[in-house]
Design a binder for this molecule. Structure first.
Ligand code: ADP
Ligand code: ZN
Ligand code: ZN
Length: 732
């Protein structure tokens, strides 16, 4: 009696066996089935079919229904996902379901629904948009309709909303119709219709190098300073791929921040470009997914999860801003889309371009190892002018809510000129430190020359290196001052403090919390684009490929918490943020200015960034990581656990640590650090603890984990906490 192994969307690291009823169609590997689980029927994905089961016959239940007659996954994608299950030690069902659009997870059939489009009517065609100048949105909408059909799912790219088109419809100027399925393959009509830029020498060299090997797996690091014309390279590289009839996948950190980039892809090619953005409903998303699978799309642009789009003929992958940490999924299955994209390119046998002005140290290390190949663009192509930079020594200066008086003066000047000001705060992972405002002294762990991380609510200092701890002190040991301050001000606190200082100036806060609801980020960005004096308070979300032409002053308020953070990655993040914003503040017509507030203007990191460049910083930081035995020279895995009483999680991690210590696979190169409280030690009323594993050999560490993870559920404490494993963490 043959049985199917079925992966279910449940947090268990195993698959389940069901027998195949005689009269039903045969299930396929990679296809969905409906199976009984507990009291109900749920959807599963078949991972294997075997001739018989080791289980007793009576224990098996039958498959209730076979949904798919063919696999939903391409062979390559199937291999990558199965590899990921092992690499990330994450349940098969959750990984496979993660890779599917919502409707398929719910069991809906894998069928293309027509996409709806607004079409101009005869009457609309005979109407001049100027007639509508009292209704500027309608005027814009009509102008767009006159250029061609407006797909409903692409309206937000044109910054149009349904209501505007409805209003035109009432006036008889347009109608909504389902698209007529394309009968002609886009490949027959493919041509470049947008304007090509005349490439400069560096760009031309990069393009011809990429093109000379564009039929095989190569990882290109395209290291180009801000404004050096990386997008132009992507477009030119894609041109040759599309001309061969192959498809392209482009990943970006945040869709809403890149409308201009997307428009350039659409304008350049006479071929279907689809964007997977948060404005799509589930049906539209599924249709885009299925069209890609059938080869009906030429280019798919999306964020992290677009990596799992199936393609009939994928020919190239582009990862824009490869250093961006949003490529790392921060909960559930914590995969890194950049790393998986490289795995995918290898499986597909195609080139991948990692583009950035500020390469991650992992990527630079891969260049050193000759796994990746680097192409450089050193000069700005367009009209961007670098911002002027200024260091503000805060030591002893009067401060208001983290803003020094010279900075306040500057802010007033820029606002008075009708320009916008952007204030950057704590990026994720910039851990708070305890600092003396008078002399700049910073609390430091004497055992390891690392800075203590301040855990305010416990009133303790913790070393995130050797996990020693001590109570908060009240006096500076260097100068005796009692002005010890926690460096690490929150965005909300600042938002509340600004209005009295800047009455009548609109203040816009953009961070993970303020943009959690759908469309919120888009609304804020539209507000910023409209111009007029305003202050933006932002976290890292704002540094991603943004183009805010009216922002002329950018200040990083809180540099010290990055310089002296207990998180060894803080310096890298800071250098990336600094380089990105100083490359972008202002534009040709308006000189931009970047102001860094610090108690330590002499700090080598700052000096290096101001007087050399990001690459010089990266070289020396990589060398420091080598000497310190930190990633990418060692491999990290992080166990996280949380509880509600601040006892169980630590206990669980201690027992886990003992389990690993006792393992026969453990060797002397394994380093177990913790348990210690997480950098952000409390969330939603729960206490977060962590245990970090470090080993110079990734394979060794993987073997140790594979052997021991099945034993973790036997730790009695494991049922009293929530725990998870993060492979290659980005904040540890
Ligand atoms: P990056 O992505 O590297 O920041 P972009 O590709 O956005 O840079 O290019 C920055 C600006 O320079 C854009 O306005 C682009 O149109 C322009 N540009 C790019 N390449 C050229 C070129 N060869 N000649 C003239 N302008 C260019
Ligand atoms: Zn002091
Ligand atoms: Zn220490």
């Amino acid at each position: 009696m043959p049985v199917a192994n079925v992966a279910l969307p449940v947090p268990l690291p195993r698959t389940f066996e069901y027998f195949l009823p005689n009269n039903a169609p045969h299930p396929v590997i990679g296809g969905r089935v409906l199976v009984p689980f507990g009291q109900r029927n749920i959807i599963g994905i078949v991972t294997a079919i075997s001739a018989q089961s080791k289980l007793a016959w009576e224990k098996l239940k039958p498959i209730s229904e076979v949904i798919d007659r063919q696999s939903l996954f391409s062979d390559n994608l199937w291999r990558i996902l199965n590899w990921s299950i092992g690499y990330y030690h994450y349940p098969a069902g959750e990984v496979l379901f993660h890779a599917l659009p919502t409707l398929l997870r719910q069991g809906k059939s894998a069928e293309i629904a027509p996409l709806w489009q607004w079409l101009v009517t005869e009457q609309g065609r005979a109407t001049l948009p100027e007639v509508l100048k009292r209704a500027p949105k309608q005027q814009r909408a009509l102008a767009a309709l006159l250029r061609g059909p407006v797909y409903r799912h692409r309206m937000c790219e044109l910054q149009l909303v349904d209501a505007t088109l409805q209003a035109l419809c009432v006036k008889g100027l347009c109608v909504l119709r389902p698209e007529v399925p394309e009968t002609k393959d886009w490949r027959y009509a493919f041509r470049v219709h947008g304007e090509r830029q005349q490439l400069n020498t560096e760009q031309a060299t990069a393009v011809s190098t990429i093109r000379s090997e564009d039929d095989r797996f190569v990882v290109w690091l395209l290291a180009g300073v801000t404004g050096s014309g990386k997008t132009e390279i992507y477009l030119t590289a894609l041109e040759a791929i599309l001309a061969k009839g192959k498809q392209a996948l482009v990943l970006v950190p945040e869709i809403s921040l890149t409308p201009q980039t997307i428009a350039r892809f659409r304008e350049r090619f006479n071929a279907p470009v689809e964007v997977l953005h948060s404005g799509l409903n589930d049906t539209e998303r599924l249709t885009v997914w299925l069209k890609a699978q059938r080869g009906e799309n030429a280019i798919v642009i999306g964020t992290r999860s677009a990596l799992f789009t199936p393609f009939a003929r994928l020919g190239i992958i582009v990862i824009d801003e490869e250093h961006d940490i949003s490529y790392k999924q921060s909960d559930g299955w914590r995969y890194n889309a950049r790393d998986l994209a490289v795995v995918r390119a290898r499986e597909e046998g195609i080139p991948i371009i990692l583009g950035t002005a500020t390469p991650s140290l992992e990527t630079l290390y891969n260049v050193q190892l000759k796994k990746y190949r680097q192409l450089n663009l050193g000069q700005a192509a367009g009209s961007a002018r670098p911002a002027s930079q200024q260091l503000l020594n805060m030591k002893g200066l009067p401060m208001k809510h983290g803003l020094s008086s010279p900075l306040l003066t500057k802010m007033r000047e820029h606002l008075k000129a009708g320009n916008q000001v952007m204030l950057f705060l704590n990026r994720r992972g910039f851990a708070p430190v305890l600092l003396c405002h008078e002399c700049g002294w910073i609390a430091e762990c004497t055992r390891c020359d690392r800075y203590f991380t301040l855990h305010q609510h416990q009133r303790q200092l913790h070393c995130h290196h050797c996990y020693s701890q001590r109570p908060l002190q009240h006096q500076c040991p260097q100068c005796g001052s009692t002005q010890l301050v926690a460096v690490g001000l929150g965005t909300e606190q600042l938002e509340a403090a600004l209005p009295p200082l800047f009455p009548n100036v609109p203040i816009i806060r953009i961070d993970r919390d303020s943009t959690a609801s759908k469309g919120a980020l888009e609304d804020y960005l539209a507000q910023v684009q409209r111009g007029g004096a305003s202050i933006l308070i932002g976290t890292q979300i704002l540094a991603k490929g943004h183009h805010f032409p009216n922002i002329t002053l950018v200040s990083l308020l809180n540099v010290d918490s990055a310089l002296f953070s207990g998180d060894f990655r803080a310096a890298e993040r800071f250098a990336q943020l600094y380089t990105q914003v100083s490359g972008r503040a202002g534009r040709a017509s308006k000189q931009g200015e970047v102001v860094l507030q610090t108690h330590h203007p002499e700090h080598p990191l700052i000096q290096k960034l101001m007087h050399q460049d990001y690459m010089a910083f990266a070289d020396s930081t990589l060398e420091e990581r080598r000497q310190a035995g930190l990633p990418p020279f060692t491999s990290h895995m992080l166990f996280r656990a949380d509880d509600h009483d601040n006892i169980q999680a630590k206990l669980f991690l201690e027992q886990l640590s003992q389990l690993l210590e006792a393992s026969p696979l453990r060797d002397n190169d394994l380093w177990l650090m913790g348990p210690i409280p997480a950098l952000a030690p409390k969330r939603g009323g729960r206490y977060l603890w962590q245990l970090l594993l470090s080993h110079p050999s990734r394979q060794q560490l993987q073997r140790l984990l594979a052997a021991n993870l099945p034993l973790v559920s036997k730790i009695s404490q494991s049922r009293k906490v929530k725990w998870s494993l993060d492979v290659d963490p980005v904040d540890s």
